[in-house]
Ligand binder design. Structure first.
Ligand code: ADP
Ligand code: ADP
Length: 208
């Protein structure tokens, strides 16, 4: 498949968890705007400092900041045959900006109910060394890594509620936008990690 693939869905739907499998299947590099923003925050850059307040509050970072970041990333050599976008676009203006610099071949929408989202986010733990994503109950870490796992600052119940509101108000309308273009592939995310991965592989191999 030439062009980029968009991984779409509410926060905590399992986009990052499935991204590794899709990059192996397609060879496309994984581009996560959340990871790029967290790297900017950790580096203390001007962009990171500006983004942090929004991220901590569970609000979307303004389009102007995020569009600049992604347009720059898509100019790198490894993006020439398309990338796997995780967490972008999240607004219609972001999707419009994307369509000017890249061809989107498929949008995989992982659909998960709000109650399950809160449980997934509150139990999420990250491995700062490998980027591995775990869950205290649904994907427990092996004992040798459990000591170094961290919980993201925004992975608490209050912030999650704000992130879900932002998702429903600003991001969910994009599903219809992409459906009208014939690009949306809906995947039931209320299933095990493996089942979701297999459903995505099946849908993509039909589209590849
Ligand atoms: P996103 O990238 O969409 O924000 P993640 O991939 O980080 O979501 O997953 C959020 C949390 O839910 C993680 O703790 C992950 O281990 C867990 N998770 C992911 N997929 C599933 C699933 N199908 N069933 C149960 N838990 C899952
Ligand atoms: P999750 O999938 O768990 O919501 P992400 O790591 O994708 O988390 O994003 C974390 C935060 O970074 C978001 O709550 C938001 O503040 C910001 N962010 C990431 N991607 C975007 C984007 N495309 N547009 C606006 N804000 C973004």
């Amino acid at each position: 498949m030439s062009g980029s693939i968009v991984l779409f869905g509410p926060p905590g739907a399992g986009k990052g968890t499935q991204a590794g499998r899709i990059t192996v299947l397609t060879g496309k590099p994984w581009v996560s705007t959340g990871d790029m923003l967290r790297a900017a925050v950790a580096a203390g850059s001007e962009l990171g400092t500006e983004a942090k307040g929004y991220m901590d509050a569970g609000l979307l970072v303004p389009d102007g900041i995020i569009i600049g970041l992604i347009v720059e990333r898509l100019q790198h050599d490894d993006a020439s045959s398309g990338v796997l976008l995780d967490g972008y676009p999240r607004t219609i203006p972001q999707a419009e900006a994307l369509s000017e610099v890249a061809v989107v071949s498929a949008v995989i929408s992982i659909e998960v109910s709000d109650d399950a989202i809160v449980e997934r986010i509150v139990g999420r733990r990250m491995d700062p060394e490998t980027g591995g994503i775990y869950h205290v109950s649904f994907n427990p870490p092996p004992p040798e890594v459990s000591g170094r796992l961290i919980q993201r600052e925004d992975d608490n119940e209050q912030t999650v509620r704000n992130r879900l509101s932002a998702y429903h108000e600003q991001t969910a309308p994009l599903a219809e936008w992409y459906a009208q273009m014939g690009l949306l592939i809906s995947i039931n995310g209320n299933a095990s990690i493996d089942e979701v991965g297999m459903a995505i592989e099946e849908a993509l191999s039909g589209a590849l």
